[in-house]
Design a protein around this ligand. Sequence first.
Ligand code: ASP
Length: 586
Amino acid sequence: MFRTKTCGELRLANVGESVTLSGWVQRTRKMGGMTFADLRDRYGITQLVFDESTDAALCEQANRLGREWVIQVVGEVSERQSKNQNLPTGDIEIIVRQLVVLNESAVPPFTIEEQSDGGDDLRMKYRYLDLRRPCVRKNLELRHKFAFEVRRYLDQQGFMEIETPVLVNSTPEGARDFVVPSRMNPGQFYALPQSPQTLKQLLMVAGMDRYFQIVKCFRDEDLRADRQPEFTQIDCEMSFVEQEDILQMFEGMSRHLFKTILNIDIPTLPRMTWADAMKYYGSDKPDTRFDMKFVELMDVLKGTGEFSVFNEAEYIGGICCEGQAVYTRKQLDQLTDFVRRPQIGAKGLVYARVGEDGTLKSSVDKFYSPEVLENLKNAMQAKPGDLILIISGPDTLKARKQLCELRLEMGSRMGLRPKDKFSCLWVIDFPMYEWSDEEQRLMAMHHPFTSPKPEDIPLLDTDPASVRANAYDMVINGVEVGGGSIRIHDAKLQQKIFEILGFTPEQAQQKFGFLMNAFKYGAPPHGGLAYGLDRFVSLFAQLDSIRDCIAFPKNNSGRDVMLDAPGFIDQSQLDELCLQIDLPKE
Ligand code: ASP
């Protein structure tokens, strides 16, 4: 038997027991005639003691142990003289009487302890070593528990987990596809699914009623901290439901997850329309851990003074930062630089401090009368000691997005975005379409299978851009953790939506004929949503990047640096696939 106990479970109650442990040597220390070793496995760390005076040969053997060697020891559990409060096993140690080296280890490229000396790249290359560190491993443990509780909840609610294929067809309207050449069908390609959207709808036509799947999805997009080319969705679909049924069901799932995993009782999720989210937060995924809502100032500041920037603006909005009038000129200049960065793109920033006597001192004082400044203070509901920050611009959407970045920055600076505080909400009533400057046409905001709000259907003919969808997102701390919609289940309406998106009937038939055809055979009303598992877990684990809760993530260039993937393939493989590639010259 390799072990009778793990390295994480022995306590004072076990003192006197003879045990066998196996694990990795984290480090050894020689102190006088004693040698100590920390033995690590997935469950914890246990201190081993080798006493030269009782067994010199054994102690000699222990002194030769290197970091990360795999060993097995037999010994007796004993109470420690000096206890380690930071370790669950810190009250005991093992007086070793037998040591077997199961495997030696090369010197690891970085220290495998809570605090590692390895940089990001090195740790990614040796991810299997990084995963030995408890702080990294615990994210995977949380992920496992999370997925397990998802399955438990959905199973209790009658959902069935059904696998859908990974080799499917390329579909327009999404992100870029990853494609796979088909050897047996030369010149033809599969695509990896961006989501099982149409398949889960077909499962509803098939009468499965309640489907879910924890499933890998693939999108060939440019990468950011919260994106990976392959990621995991909790994909769900239900039949005979309205939006309200779905919101209730999945609010229930979130409540279950918060309770069972974090022991947090979350309040009923507030619901905010997309229009309000944009108006008050400049974002469809507002961080509602703190208030600092936008106040529109067009009435107050446009045309009421000589400041031409405001007089020409299409949007003027401000936020009130409580108690921040202490901001120095230098700090305000920094903030101005912040909003002027190309990623944000504002032209400038106007500020006003409210003095202790209630008077307003602003960067545009000279353009406005005291009455206007008083109106500004009142509109912002600013108190003595507050700082007002104002952004304006010729494009309302852009100016709001800039103000959103500023609000988030101020929220962070003011300590209003702690990772251990959770604020969840539903954003509802998304528009059906958004205008794409690139494509010069309307694009589906969610996806083309989303149903319009019934009362807005007449607008499809007259003003499609104003049509609202039965679509919803769940947002936590400014992160979109999930989203979905009620679907179209009527072939004619689906056809019409494809038309508005610019598909000819032939193109729609070619790309989505299988779905519209299925709708002819009794499609039930249905709807669903999908959560981003990686994002949801990284929120729970309070991580900065979703990578940290993925066992083997890809880097910013979409590479797996450990496997060195993607890689070139042999000419013979290319030939077999009928692919001709001009390899880049070195
Ligand atoms: N398939 C959608 C997505 O990946 C989610 C849904 O509508 O259920 O975003």
